[in-house]
Ligand binder design. Structure first.
Ligand code: PAF
Length: 324
């Protein structure tokens, strides 16, 4: 009881005197990508901005490569306050707030302009706000990027080529159902375990942005890439709401301005990263699909629209379709 009262008194003291005390704050930031990745660089950029603009009062300690857990665990840790900041593929957030499944319908977004209009407009901002109901504060969207199909067996040009292949997806019911509809045999796995699973042949295929594929040296074990651009993965930037609410008004503005700058910085990097990765890999085949070949995959998505509409309601899907 004594400790609890003492802690309460100390907490009260911090609340009363917080804004004038200019406390030091070390934020623990975790993510699942590697240190060479654009998301990691964006955290470093953010750390520098925060340090510069608060005279070093607010700093970020960055833990890459799933050191603090898988993406699902990172989101849970944000809710619990064990991790202060993270970015994860939005696909994982559907498990916390189904509205996010609306972004997961394959072949819906044509290009980045479509995506940025949705994410940076009312729809994307409402999605971030909706996370507050589940104990998460969303600050904006970095870019993981358009996802491609890769495998260890053969060049893939049609759903028939993919028939029955064991395929890793993120932990996302929409992605799983979509690949089942195309004819693959998909299962979810945490990204941190993927290299070994591909190496050991537990999975024949996987899907994700090419720059991550290269960062993780998947080209050592998967020699065939098919450019499908099937899903765009945003990286929502997340912070524990208690941390966010404990910031003074001034620090909150500093954080938000730093995040806005980091979005421009990171998206620029991300836009170049796939091409750079392609140029650096001489040991893989990269298959470009004709519009007709792409349509052979996309034509399997009607039941996916129905599935997502059932889960999230019609409004958000219709709003997205009206925007793109
Ligand atoms: O494939 C995934 O699990 C995600 O795209 C990754 C690589 C963890 C980044 O968010």
């Amino acid at each position: 009881r004594f400790f609890r009262s003492a802690a309460l008194a100390a907490g009260l003291c911090a609340v009363i005197s917080g804004p004038t005390l200019a406390q030091e704050m070390v934020l623990k930031a975790g993510h699942a990508a590697s240190t060479s990745n654009t998301g990691h660089k964006a955290f470093e950029f953010l750390a520098q901005e925060l340090a510069d603009n608060t005279d070093g009062r607010i700093s970020l300690e960055i833990y890459p490569s799933s050191q603090l857990g898988s993406e699902r665990e990172l989101v849970e840790s944000i809710q619990l306050g064990n991790v202060d900041m993270t970015f994860v593929s939005s696909a994982v957030l559907g498990n916390f707030n189904p509205q996010f499944f609306a972004l997961d319908i394959p072949f819906m977004f044509k290009d980045r302009d479509d995506v940025y209009r949705v994410l940076d407009g009312e729809i994307g901002q409402n999605l971030l706000t909706s996370l507050e109901q589940v104990g998460i504060k969303g600050l904006g969207y970095w870019e993981n990027g358009f996802r491609q199909l890769t495998n260890s067996k053969q060049d893939i040009r049609s759903p028939e080529d993919l028939e029955g292949m064991r395929m890793r997806t993120m932990e996302n019911a929409v992605h799983l159902e979509a690949w089942r509809n195309v004819g693959a045999n998909p299962a979810p796995l945490a990204f941190g375990e993927l290299f070994t699973a591909l190496q050991q042949g537990t999975f024949d295929a996987q899907e994700g942005p090419i720059n991550l594929f290269y960062d993780m040296r998947f080209n050592e074990v998967q020699k065939h890439i098919t450019k499908t651009n099937h899903v765009y993965s945003p990286w929502p930037i997340l912070i524990n709401p208690n941390i966010y609410n404990s910031l003074s008004d001034e620090d909150r503005v500093i954080l938000e301005e730093a995040v806005a700058k980091s979005i421009t910085y990171q998206r620029n990097l991300a836009q170049q990263a796939d091409e750079a990765a392609i140029a650096a890999m001489s040991d893989v085949t990269i298959t470009e699909l004709s519009p007709e070949e792409l349509e052979a995959f996309a034509s399997h998505m009607d039941p996916i629209y129905d599935m997502v509409r059932e889960r999230v309601g019609d409004e958000i899907i219709d709003d997205i379709l009206a925007e793109i």
